[in-house]
Design a protein around this ligand. Structure first.
Ligand code: SF4
Length: 372
C-alpha cells in the first residue's frame, strides 16, 4: 500500500465488510423522499440540499421543490426569483443558483439526461467529486467514491486514518480507500450505507459502537480510540458584524424592500434596508436615517426604540441586526432593486432567514398593537 495512512486496508476482509454494511443498510435505512426511485435529477437535488443542511430540514423543502419542479425541464425553465423563493430559508443560495445553471445546461446540451460519467458531471456548475460520486453510484450503479464529512469520519475510525479531514487534500486519501472497499455489485447501497452509518450510528460525539454493523472491522473500536478520530483542525472564528435594519412604511402602508447585489453573500435575495453599525456610541436609528438619505435619498423617521435584535450565524460571519421600524417621509422612486410592496405581497419575495425573522417580529408587534 503506497499511502501510509491506509495501511489498515490490508487488514480488512473487504467482502465481509461490504456484506455487513450493505445488509445493514438494506434493513435499517430511513425512508427518505429521494430514495423512492433512482431518478438522477431527484438524487442530484437532494444531494445539493443536503450540503450543510440536516435531513429533517431538507425533507419538506425537497417535497415542495419536487411539486414545483417535478422534472429537470420544469426546473431549467424557472426564473431566478422563483428558484430563490423555493430555496428560501435553506441558506447557501449559490447552491440553487448553480443547480439551476447546471440544469439548463443538462437540458440544452445533454437533452435533459443527467450525465453518467465523472468528467462530464464535474463540468456542471456546483457539482464536485462528492455529488458526482453520489449521482453516479446511487442513480447509475457506478462504483465511484462519494466522500463527504460523514464518510471521512466513519472511515477514519474504521481504518484509523490520522490525516486532518479539515484539509481539502485529505479527501483524496479517503477516495482511495473507498475505491478499494466499494462493492461493484451494489455501489449504491455501499455508498449510502457509509453515509447512513455516519448519520445514525457512527456520529461525531457519541458513536453507538455496540449497535454498529461493522464493529468487527473497526480498528479504532478495537483499540478504544474511536473518540480521538477523526482528526479535524479548528476553523477560524466567524467575524461578528453589527447591522442596523429598518422596516419602513409609507403612508399607504407599503413596505420598502430592496434587492441585494447580484454577487456575493445572499446575492439577489430581497431584504429590508440595512447598513453596518460603525460604532456603538452613535444611536443606531440616527445611523440608519443618515444611511437611507445618503444611499437611497430617502427621508425617514426611524423610531429610536428597537423592534427586535436578530442574530444569524453563517459559516464565516455572524450578523447581529438591530431592527427598527419607521416611516417614509418622501416619495420613493421605485426601481428593479428598490420596491414598495404591500404586506400581502411580501410573501412573494425571497428573503434571507434573518430578514424573515425581522418580518415575523414586525407582524407579531403589529398584531399585539391592533389587539390592545
Ligand atoms: S465501531 Fe464505533 S467507531 Fe467503529 S465504525 Fe462502528 S460506530 Fe464508528
Amino acid at each position: 500500500m503506497s499511502i501510509p495512512s491506509l495501511k489498515n486496508l490490508e487488514n480488512i476482509h473487504i467482502q465481509n465488510f461490504q456484506d455487513d454494511l450493505i445488509q445493514w443498510f438494506k434493513k435499517s435505512h430511513r425512508q427518505l423522499p429521494w430514495r423512492i426511485n433512482r431518478d438522477p435529477y431527484r438524487i442530484w437535488v437532494s444531494e445539493i440540499m443536503l450540503q450543510q443542511t440536516k435531513v429533517d430540514t431538507v425533507i419538506p423543502y425537497f417535497e415542495k421543490f419536487m411539486k414545483s419542479f417535478p422534472t429537470i425541464e420544469a426546473f431549467a425553465e424557472a426564473n431566478e426569483d422563483t428558484v430563490l423563493k423555493a430555496w428560501e430559508g435553506l441558506g447557501y443560495y449559490s447552491r440553487v443558483r448553480n443547480l439551476n445553471t447546471a440544469a439548463k445546461e443538462v437540458v440544452n446540451i445533454h437533452a435533459g439526461k443527467v450525465p453518467h460519467t465523472l468528467d462530464v458531471l464535474l463540468q456542471l456548475k456546483g457539482i464536485g467529486p462528492y455529488t458526482a460520486g453520489a449521482i453516479l453510484s446511487i442513480a447509475y450503479g457506478v462504483p465511484a467514491p462519494a466522500v463527504d464529512g460523514n464518510v471521512m469520519r466513519v472511515l477514519s475510525r474504521i481504518l484509523i486514518i490520522p490525516d486532518d479531514i479539515a484539509k481539502p487534500a485529505t479527501r483524496k486519501i479517503f477516495e482511495t480507500a473507498v475505491k478499494q472497499l466499494i462493492s461493484h455489485e451494489d455501489p449504491s447501497a455501499f455508498n449510502q450505507g457509509l453515509m447512513e452509518l455516519g448519520a445514525l450510528i457512527c456520529t461525531p460525539t457519541s458513536p453507538a459502537c455496540l449497535l454498529c454493523p461493522v464493529r468487527v472491522h473497526c480498528h479504532a473500536y478495537h483499540q478504544g480510540i474511536e473518540m480521538q478520530l477523526p482528526v479535524k483542525s479548528k476553523k477560524k472564528q466567524p467575524k461578528k458584524v453589527q447591522l442596523i435594519a429598518g422596516i419602513l412604511r409609507n403612508e399607504e402602508g407599503k413596505i420598502l424592500i430592496r434587492k441585494r447585489e447580484n454577487e456575493g453573500l445572499l446575492a439577489n435575495l430581497w431584504e429590508f434596508p440595512n447598513c453596518e453599525r460603525p460604532n456603538q456610541y452613535m444611536p443606531s436609528h440616527f445611523i440608519l436615517t443618515d444611511y437611507l438619505e445618503n444611499t437611497h435619498k430617502i427621508v425617514s423617521l426611524v423610531q429610536p426604540s428597537k423592534l427586535t435584535e436578530v442574530k444569524h450565524v453563517f459559516t464565516h460571519l455572524i450578523w447581529n441586526v438591530h431592527v427598527h421600524v419607521g416611516e417614509l417621509k418622501n416619495a420613493v422612486e421605485e426601481t428593479t432593486h428598490l420596491k414598495l410592496v404591500s404586506e400581502d405581497e411580501i410573501a412573494a419575495y425571497a428573503f434571507p432567514v434573518a430578514h424573515q425573522k425581522m418580518w415575523d417580529s414586525y407582524i407579531e408587534m403589529k398584531t399585539k398593537v391592533e389587539k390592545s
